[in-house]
Design a protein around this ligand. Structure first.
Ligand code: FMN
Length: 211
């Protein structure tokens, strides 16, 4: 049987957000209060996270000065919280480039209708409603090519997960129970059905069956 060949055309997407987990960065303001920012640009290797953080936000200022942060992963039903945060900045005055779209909000947790939860190893609070929460320490911030963003390398120092997504005994996250909020081309999605796994899975009962 011949596989159906996709029919590609040249596309012109206005963003390149192909579908990655959304997350909420908790950081600490100069006065000790908490800031919270929606984000989606990240990858993980080992214990290191690399976050793409806009240079003109309060989050970038906070991360540069106070490296203890939280990275909180909302599950799909929490998407309205990200909409509530999407036009708010913790930076005052609002940077000129954002002034037409953003307003200053010193209490993002309340504005997003989310609950701060004390962290154990870092100053910034976690987001109680998020089933998966990382405490992390910023180790390096590298300016992006055009200066508009930083590549923030942060070491995850503690992982917190709701019991409902943790495999009893092993402490592994059960990917079948975990539903990250996926952000793709400015829309939010729950993740779809499981289609497969790697031989290295610590959850699956047997290796994947493939041709
Ligand atoms: C769904 C979503 C994804 C976003 N992704 C990012 C991101 O990856 N990096 C980033 O710096 N800002 C991202 N933003 C924008 C920030 O949340 C926004 O600039 C906010 O003002 C930052 O707040 P702050 O100024 O208090 O740090 C995203 C916003 C939304 C709603």
């Amino acid at each position: 049987m011949v596989a159906e060949i996709p029919s590609h055309v040249v596309a012109h997407p206005h963003v390149l957000y192909v579908g990655t987990p959304a997350f909420l960065v908790g950081s600490t303001n100069p006065d000790g209060t908490a800031n919270l920012a929606a984000a989606s640009s990240s990858w993980a290797l080992g214990d290191m996270l690399c976050l793409g953080i806009e240079a003109d936000g309060q989050t970038a200022l906070n991360l540069a000065e106070r490296p203890g942060i939280t990275v909180n992963y909302p599950s799909a039903p929490l998407w309205p919280a990200l909409v509530r945060l999407s036009r708010l900045t913790g930076r005052s005055p609002v940077p000129a480039a954002k002034a037409d779209r953003y307003t200053f909000e010193p209490d993002k947790f309340t504005a997003a209708r989310l609950t701060p939860q004390a962290s154990e190893l870092v100053e910034a609070p976690r987001v109680a409603e998020c089933l998966l929460q990382f405490e992390a320490a910023v180790r390096r911030m590298t300016p992006g090519l055009d200066g508009s963003y930083f590549m923030v390398e942060a070491e995850v120092v503690r992982v917190h997960a709701d019991e409902s997504i943790v495999q009893p005994g092993s402490g592994e996250i059960d990917p079948r129970a975990w539903h990250p909020l996926v952000y793709a081309f400015r829309h939010f999605f729950d993740r779809g059905d499981e289609v497969g796994w790697l031989p290295s899975s610590r959850i699956a009962p047997h290796p994947p069956v493939i041709d």
